[in-house]
Design a protein around this ligand. Structure first.
Ligand SMILES: [Zn+2]
Length: 213
């Protein structure tokens, strides 16, 4: 089982680790702060030593780092590792923004069935999809409520309830959502956001959350 440093400190960018297993371009370390794809959030990229990590996935209890190409690493090697922090930090901002968006979306529109979620820095936005129709005027209202709330500088915490080991809940100013993803510590770090609505069809509407900067 990989020690998951990203849950001990979501702001960790660098660490040292011991190689546990190598299989082609797949590398498993004894510990890592590379976040593996999950909960709608893409996997981290970065470097193990000088070797480029292009994706990270969770397989069972092990975090698997996917290198760009096979590298001469072997079990027992000590390696210096670092994640692509600029990319990850944008993902953290986008992911926290998405939860705030969803909270105010429900406040303004009432209950909506979420049918998909994705936080992907390649598109530089988070996409949450819902069943039904979203009125653009009301969505503008959601955007204004989000930006006001974000600017107020609320603390964000990701906690594990004592009675539910392995489960994580995102908490901010009394709002709670189950989430195992990576988040900023204060809403102010998100900055301003912009919401866009798309209709990909099949009775589904997508809310795209963008960072304005
Ligand atoms: Zn989340």
């Amino acid at each position: 089982m990989t020690r998951k440093l990203y849950y001990e400190d979501m702001y960790m960018r660098e660490f040292e680790a011991t190689v546990v297993k190598v299989d082609g371009s797949r590398v498993i370390l004894d510990q890592t702060c590379f976040y593996p794809e999950g909960g709608g959030q893409v996997g981290d990229t970065g470097w193990i030593g000088e070797y480029r990590v292009v994706d990270t996935q969770l397989e069972g209890d092990e975090v698997v780092h996917y290198l760009e190409k096979p590298a001469p690493l072997k079990p027992g090697d000590r390696v210096k590792c670092r994640i692509d922090w600029d990319r990850r930090y944008r993902i953290m901002r986008l992911h926290s923004a998405a939860h705030i968006m969803e909270y105010f979306l429900h406040k303004v529109f009432g209950p909506l069935e979420r049918v998909g979620s994705r936080v992907d820095e390649r598109k530089d936005r988070s996409d949450y999809a819902y069943e039904g129709r979203l009125d653009p005027v009301k969505l503008k209202e959601v955007e204004e409520l989000c930006n006001k709330f974000i600017a107020e500088g609320h603390e964000i915490r990701v906690e594990t309830p004592p009675d539910r080991p392995g489960f994580r809940v995102w908490r901010c100013a009394g709002i709670e959502m189950p989430c195992g993803g990576m988040h900023v510590k204060n809403t102010r770090e998100i900055g301003r956001i912009r919401l866009k609505r798309r209709n990909p069809g099949r009775g589904v509407e997508r809310v795209e959350t963008y960072l304005v900067d």
